[in-house]
Design a protein around this ligand. Structure first.
Ligand code: ADP
Length: 260
């Protein structure tokens, strides 16, 4: 019997060892792949606007455009590329603050409309091209929440920007606020390309972008949803997704209702 027990223990230790080593190796490989992804993504996404900015400056400096209208257009593109670059830098810095636990929140009790209006104003200020139709519905009276307005509005803005970016011609987007028991739900729905079931979990991981034509053509860092999820979770909330490929997506931010 002692022999059998010893043998069983030996095999158990061996199996545990193999499984454990396997898991450590897998984690290491995953981390190293993520770092490579990070470097290649950031270098590509950073290089593109810098190249364009340099080109536009050269165009102006060499006096290649004389017409005032054309000059204005080059300046507009220059501003657009600079904004793109600074958004990307902000995203990377934001993510690193979150990851290292340095991100600070200043929560206050406010009506959910304050958050919605901040996000919608920033969204509309982006002068988006195409036929955007945004509908916003908030219950009356709006429920109170205890949140960092800037941070939660930023997460909501990211959902609105994604809804727009990943829609083709049909740019109908709706933002609906509801109170469900002790939760305030902010839902952003689009009629865009949708997300396949297998990607539902992964799109919230940092740097993950779905591999399709539209994503490849659209600028992005793969950090937006990872940041949004961390912000919402830091407020005791959740972010969920319902989506069907080719039909559209519905992202919901759930936040605890503030008792007043
Ligand atoms: P980014 O948009 O910068 O790539 P995100 O973290 O915001 O990064 O999103 C990750 C990926 O999830 C996107 O690259 C895109 O493939 C997919 N995605 C996000 N939102 C939507 C949406 N509303 N419809 C379809 N795909 C989406």
């Amino acid at each position: 019997l002692v022999y059998v027990v010893l043998l069983a223990l030996f095999y158990l230790t061996l199996t545990f060892g193999v499984v454990y080593t396997g898991r450590v190796l897998y984690r290491e490989a995953r981390l190293s792949r993520m770092k490579t992804d990070f470097v290649s993504l950031v270098s590509h996404e950073l290089r593109t606007p810098v190249t364009s900015i340099r080109m536009f400056i050269e165009t102006l400096a060499l006096g290649r455009v004389q017409d005032p209208a054309q000059t204005r257009e080059v300046l507009r593109l220059l501003t657009q590329e600079t904004e793109r670059l600074s958004t990307l830098i902000e995203r990377v810095l934001d993510w690193s603050r979150i990851e290292s636990g340095r991100k600070e929140y200043n929560p206050e009790t406010l009506l959910v409309t304050d958050v919605v209006e901040t996000a919608v104003a920033a969204f509309r200020a982006q002068r988006l091209e195409g036929d955007l139709k945004l509908s916003v519905q908030v219950p009356i009276p709006p429920p109170p929440v205890h949140v960092d307005r800037v941070a939660i509005a930023g997460a909501l803005l990211n959902l609105l920007q994604n809804a727009y970016k990943y829609s083709r011609e049909d740019k109908r987007i709706s933002l609906t606020v509801r109170t469900v028991r002790r939760w305030v739900e902010l839902t952003v729905e689009d009629h865009g390309v949708g997300i396949a079931r297998r990607d539902h979990r992964r799109i919230f991981e940092r740097f993950y972008r779905v591999d399709n034509l539209l994503t490849r053509r659209t600028e992005g860092s793969g950090l937006g949803l990872a940041i949004a999820r961390r912000i919402v979770e830091a407020h005791g909330g959740h972010i969920t997704l319902q989506s069907e490929l080719g039909k559209g997506s519905r992202f919901t931010i759930q936040l605890p209702v503030e008792k007043v």
